[in-house]
Ligand binder design. Structure first.
Ligand code: MN
Length: 259
């Protein structure tokens, strides 16, 4: 005997056919790590955080042309740039360091097209980990290819602790979007990155820093384009006793709900 069909996603009442929940493009990667086949991949924690904030995440794969990115941004309400592999150094005019990890140029190009489109259309952007890095490159900045070998006295930013383990302090600038979202100016964050923003792109402003000077947060300062970018991983902190990281997704959702 078969059980009754699940009703959760099956509701044909007219009032349930349309949703006004904001939709967000969420960039994903593609690789062959699982079973050798080339697959699109995204950590589910991003989906959980965005759904918890009342948003509808739509996964955006690396596209073979910029057309996909433009179509996605013209239809969706906002953009989330997620963590992942190192940006190809040729995109910011540097030779590849021996310490630079693998790149996915198709993903790089897709995300740059998404950023340019979001900028043109004034769509809000939440950038996480690799997010601030590709954002900085898309807008004309450079990256530190490997913190440990390039920055003397740097903290351990590439933690081997649990994903939700807070490992270093971050000081947040007063009056910034990040300060308002988090509700605090001194927090501890998780940290899984060996690269960071180097030369800052024109138009960006540093709004969060680690005690060693590594840039941990930026936003846009030229006009009212809403850009909140953090180097740590707020999406891994859904169960955290502190509300700081959930506040980032809440701020993004509130901005999107204002239209
Ligand atoms: Mn860090």
């Amino acid at each position: 005997m078969s059980s009754a069909p699940a009703q959760v996603f099956v509701d044909s009442r007219p009032s349930h056919r349309v949703s006004t929940a904001p939709t967000v493009a969420v960039s994903a990667t593609s690789d062959t790590r699982l079973g050798g086949a080339h697959r699109v991949r995204l950590n589910s924690a991003y989906i959980t955080s965005l759904e918890n904030a009342g948003l509808v995440p739509v996964i955006i794969p690396p596209f073979s042309s910029h057309v996909g990115a433009l179509a996605a941004m013209s239809r969706l309400d906002g953009l989330v740039l997620t963590g992942g592999e190192d940006v190809d150094p040729s995109l910011y005019g540097q030779p590849r360091s021996a310490k630079c990890g693998e790149s996915n140029i198709t993903r790089d190009r897709t995300e740059i097209a998404l950023i340019e489109s979001a900028r043109e259309l004034g769509k809000p952007v939440l950038a996480i980990c690799r997010g601030p890095q590709i954002l900085n490159v898309a807008l004309g900045g450079t990256l530190i290819q490997d913190i440990d070998s390039e920055v003397t006295g740097a903290l351990a930013h590439n933690s081997e602790n649990d994903r939700d383990s807070r490992v270093h302090d971050v000081a947040i600038e007063q009056g910034s979007l990040i300060a308002a979202a988090i509700g605090s100016r001194n927090i501890r964050v998780n940290s899984f990155h060996h690269q960071s923003i180097g030369d800052l792109a024109p138009g960006l402003r540093v709004t969060a820093k680690a005690p060693d000077g590594i840039i941990e947060g930026v936003e846009w300062e030229l006009d009212n384009w809403w850009v909140l970018a953090v180097q740590w991983h707020p999406e891994e902190m859904n169960e955290s006793p502190e509300p700081w990281d959930r506040g980032i997704f809440k701020a993004f959702a509130e901005r999107l709900s204002r239209g």
